[in-house]
Design a protein. Structure first.
Length: 368
């Protein structure tokens, strides 16, 4: 990949609080860009989601899908409204379509305890929580979500899909992620989370994991059944590093992880493929607080930091890497210094005030 300095970003604010946290994020990105220099972001605002579906009868247009495909990265706010559904009863979720069409197989959901944020466990070791749920995002029980059937109102069937090609890519991604985290002081460990004691698909999943683990002798590998993993995320979450798992399992456990470190307002997400990547907060559209300036934009900011880091790695652009580190450092400093106290945690800072304070901190944080 050649060195670049101008990047096309497809921006999809989406529904509910998605518009609020996205507007805040774009302000913060501009502040970070001016502080670090060395790159520009060309933003293309696109409409998609449930509100758009109500207006136009489609969740995203073919033209805008082409813009998404042509972008260097995709930045998304939040999609979907519970009361707006397709005729088959499923929610409007164009981001799932984007995942599938662009092959965004690696869903990274970092779970990290930031200073002075609510820790839901009483054990003081909960301050050490820092792991990643790595979700296979194109297969599993989501792969044929539009092909599930209900037979004569008596029986329903969905299909689990696990392929060798995607699983090998996923596990290679997991081990390389653990290597990178180890270089920064991480544990250097990948845990395969499955249900191989019951499901043949999971036996196959674990078999491929074992095969790929042999190529990474410097990284510890282990296993856990998904039900036991749920228990261990309550008993000892500080012991884990990279947890790799099937789509549905990760969808559930990543929310549990968000709860451990304060709530979904602290849960960023990256959906990464071989050529494309999408970045979004893991929370939903929260229409109950839409327009009330109550949203916690932290997950959106951290997702943007992940975008900058991914672009910097992919395009060998040190300014982008520096910008991603600056943004994450500013978020951490905001909580460490208690200058940021979101309403989500009973504090006094709504989305707008939170954003204003973070921009001030960005100007203050030292950079190398």
């Amino acid at each position: 990949m050649s060195i670049s300095s101008d990047f096309q970003i497809a921006v999809l604010p989406g529904d509910g609080i998605g518009e609020e946290v996205m507007a805040a994020c774009l302000e913060v990105l501009e502040k970070v860009r001016r502080r670090t220099e060395g790159f520009t972001l060309s933003l293309e605002q696109l409409r998609a989601g449930a509100e758009f579906y109500l207006e136009q009868g489609v969740d995203i247009t073919e033209e805008d899908m082409r813009s998404v495909q042509d972008a260097d990265a995709i930045l998304l706010g939040a999609m979907g409204l519970q009361n707006v559904r397709f005729p088959n009863g499923t929610e409007i979720a164009p981001h799932l379509k984007i995942r599938t069409e662009l092959g965004l197989f690696a869903g990274m959901r970092p779970v990290k305890a930031y200073p002075n944020t609510p820790q839901r466990l009483s054990d003081p070791r909960s301050e050490q929580i820092d792991f990643v749920v790595l979700r296979e995002s194109t297969e599993g029980l989501f792969a044929e979500r539009e092909k599930g059937v209900i037979l004569d109102d008596r029986e329903a069937r969905d299909t689990m899909v696990i392929t060798r090609q995607t699983s090998e890519r996923l596990f290679d991604f997991a081990f390389k992620l653990a290597l990178r985290r180890k270089e920064k002081g991480g544990k250097g460990m990948v845990t395969c989370v499955d249900k191989s004691n019951v499901l043949r698909s999971m036996v196959f999943f674990r078999k491929i994991f074992n095969e790929r683990a042999k190529s990474y002798p410097d990284i510890q590998s282990g296993y856990n059944y998904v039900d036991a993993q749920a228990l261990d995320l309550i008993r000892r979450p500080w012991d884990f590093d990279v947890l790799v798992m099937e789509n549905m399992f990760a969808d559930i456990l990543s929310d549990l992880g968000g709860g451990l470190v304060g709530g979904m307002g602290m849960a960023p997400c990256a959906e990464i493929g071989l050529e494309h990547a999408l970045f979004q907060p893991a929370h939903g559209s929260a229409p109950d607080i839409m327009g009330k300036d109550q949203a916690n934009p932290t997950a959106m900011f951290l997702s943007a930091a992940m975008m900058l880091d991914w672009l910097g790695q992919r395009h060998r652009n040190s300014s982008l890497l520096k910008a991603g580190n600056l943004l994450e450092s500013a978020v951490e400093e905001g909580f460490r210094s208690r200058r940021i106290h979101p309403k989500e945690f009973g504090g006094r800072h709504g989305c707008s005030k939170h954003t204003q304070i973070l921009k001030e901190i960005i100007d203050e944080v030292k950079t190398d």
